[in-house]
Write a protein that binds this ligand. Structure first.
Ligand code: GLU
Length: 298
């Protein structure tokens, strides 16, 4: 296979714009970006109070919010290194949360944190919240809390376009697949596919590089993530099979901050209007339609 992820860096600007519309939170309502997508505008709330939330107290005294994200997942969480612009569904969700907390987009400190380091970043107080393809699991809930879910997807497989021997997870025996350390898809393969070899990296873009270099037969993670790589121009890649797990994305929050968790869950139960706008401008721009999952305000 031909191209390493370098081409993604060059080619993604257009793709990410096409996928994501525009990530700016302070655009005029109803404005249209260069790619013709509509731009959700988030009104920055005034005089917000959240009784009993230590995280919110920190955010309001700092006048900014620190949000952990991914930045190599087109359509979900992507940083264009050339322009500094962040795009994608998760970035928009994060920007919406910040605006609802009274924090404008230019006062968000985004930090890229890989899958394996999310819980520790929240436990150590390095970030206030995390929005980045973060599946809600009981194991993670022993260290942190989740608002949501705000998105549903499932584990899938990404292979070379000309690959004919992997059509689904039933074909993985004897194959080598790449996924990310600390992720649920890697755990699933290690636990339930004893005849499949795994190669772990820190990020999915490293896995995509390994696939392009023929070092692995497939990349496995959530289909929503894989579709972002497959739909890049000239990717030479395809997503095969049906999702074979259920992954429900939550907003990672410091454990015990129930007030903030309820606040974010309240946002997600606003009737779906904002969620739909965000989805349509990002993941839904390719024509795929899914609905917002039901919030679990435990
Ligand atoms: N949603 C899965 C997880 O949280 C895979 C994606 C990721 O690693 O962020 O582990």
């Amino acid at each position: 296979m031909r191209k390493r992820l370098m081409f993604i860096t060059a080619g993604v600007a257009a793709a990410a714009i096409a996928l994501a519309g525009c990530a700016s939170g302070d655009a005029e309502p109803g404005s249209t970006d260069a790619a013709g997508g509509s731009t959700p505008a988030f009104e920055v709330a005034k005089d917000v109070t959240i009784e009993g939330s230590p995280t919110f107290d920190k955010i309001s005294s700092a006048g900014k919010v620190r949000i952990g994200v991914k930045e190599d997942q087109p359509g979900l969480g992507y940083l264009d290194a050339a322009t500094g612009e962040r795009t994608g569904f998760d970035i928009q969700i994060a920007t919406w949360i910040a605006a609802s907390l009274g924090v404008p987009a230019d006062k968000i400190d985004f930090t890229a944190i890989p899958s394996a380091n999310r819980e520790s970043a929240l436990v150590n107080g390095d970030i206030d919240l995390y929005v980045g393809t973060y599946s809600i699991t009981d194991k993670r809930k022993t260290q942190i809390d989740f608002a949501g879910p705000y998105f549903e997807t499932g584990q899938g497989l990404l292979v070379a376009k000309d690959n004919t021997d992997i059509a689904s997870e039933a074909d993985l025996a004897g194959k080598t697949v790449c996924s990310v350390t600390g992720s649920t898809p890697l755990q699933n393969i290690n636990d339930n596919f004893p005849d499949t070899k795994t190669v772990p990296f820190d990020t999915y873009s490293q896995c995509v590089d390994a696939l392009h270099d023929n070092k692995v037969d497939a990349v496995t993670t959530d289909q929503a993530i894989l579709l972002g790589y497959a739909s890049l121009p000239d990717s030479g890649l395809k997503v095969v099979g049906k999702p074979f797990t259920t992954e429900l994305y939550g907003v990672g929050l410091p454990k015990g901050d129930d007030a903030l968790r309820h606040f974010v869950n309240q946002m997600f139960t606003d009737g779906g209007a904002t969620w739909t706008k965000i989805y349509d401008a990002t993941l839904g721009a390719s024509g795929t339609k899914v609905g917002q999952p039901k919030v679990d305000d435990y």
